[in-house]
Design a protein around this ligand. Sequence first.
Ligand code: 5AD
Ligand code: SF4
Length: 482
Amino acid sequence: MYDNNPTLVGIKKEIDEAKQGQVFYDEKALANVEKPSNGKHFYIESYGCQMNFSDSEIVASILSEVGYRPTRAMEEADLILVNTCSIREKAEETVRQRLRIFDKMKRQRPGTMVGVLGCMAERLKAKFLEEEKLVDMVIGPDAYRDLPNLVAGAEEGERGVNVLLSREETYADISPMRLDSNGVSAFISIMRGCNNMCSFCVVPFTRGRERSRDCFSIVSEAQDLYERGYREVTLLGQNVDSYRWENPETQEVVNFANLLEMVALVHPDMRVRFSTSHPKDITDEVLHTIARYENICKYIHLPVQSGNSVVLERMNRTYDREWYMERVQAIYRIIPECAISSDIIAGFCGELEHEHKETVSMVEWANYSMSYMFFYSERPGTLAARKYPDDVPMEVKKRRLQEIVDKQNEVSLRHNKADIGKTFKVLIEGDSKKSDRQFKGRNSQNKMIVFPKVNGLKPGDYAWVKVTGATSATLMGEVSFP
Ligand code: 5AD
Ligand code: SF4
């Protein structure tokens, strides 16, 4: 559907994100909650990146500890929360549309409280309460511990804001309540904030300074997940390669390669993924660690943003085309079976036609298995908004985006077709979208493989699957042996 419609291509990610907004709860979600229910329910929707979804699980845990219980039904909620994203204008529009719906709900059920969490809360702060008259609470990403106070205030009719950013908060001691879970894979947040200053990006302003979480709390969260039947963890951070935690007792420093190894050692059957890597920071040490452990997935999300060095300079990415290409070569040299994916922005300020063509050629050269592709959306307050005019006309942005998407589709199809005849170890996640007679799961390279069910296999098991067919998005296969 998106492939043939240029106006839809750029918003595919946002639509996916809106779909993600729907909430499902892990049936085991309440198992660890100690505080009895107060009879009240919260409903939470999340938009944006995986980090936001992970934060919602922390919020759910904090609320459960004061007696609130999750519900899938907005109509029965006493408290409606929306965890928001500011990355592109479209993401913010989606949230505003949802707020209209929550407003209606509030009118039908007076007393229902509505809270805005996350990046939009941080960006707009108290302005939210002026603009959206029916919002009761505005809480930034570092202030979730204050949620019980703000909810108590809202129960008394007070409207509250807490958007303080912190240099220390990592929520390390909070055991997330797994939401939206298949019981097989879970996110673990390893750091918060971002110290890079990419000129297009709002994140440094909404999530504050970078800080890393105590590595022992990360490992124990992974162990706990393994014991509860999970078989895959994704370590999350805006820039995982700059993870750095210093043990206050021994002064020993743990870097990302060390952390990866510690988590990989939790159990050989527990897969480890991570996101997002930054081309300027990903080291050979990290690559060798990935190569050394079978259970560290051979997949790296390495956003290039642009394939042209002049544009990269304006984006303040602190690497150029050659540096990026050297890192890609290092990945394929050290981990030959690795798949690489990317984020790409079309039509950044001042982008010329030949500069755009270098982005298209990078998709081909780097042989990305997939990419998230966007057209540039100016964000108020960012370096680019202050420094460079948003001067590429919308129709040019969309045409360039379409050219990148077309190239990526071609490369993805070729990448997937090259897997036909190969056999992969697949972690079964559940039924395929189309049929309950088929399972879906991922291989180490993060490719989704769909295959007919075989007696005795269930979600959370590994299966060896031989690939028999491929589209640009999915592999089809059948259970086989290596
Ligand atoms: N406009 C368009 N895309 C953006 N991204 C970040 N900021 C913007 C923006 N202002 C993209 C980048 C980033 C991904 C999460 O979103 O590609 O890697
Ligand atoms: Fe959106 Fe970025 Fe905030 Fe994630 S960190 S929710 S992508 S603005």
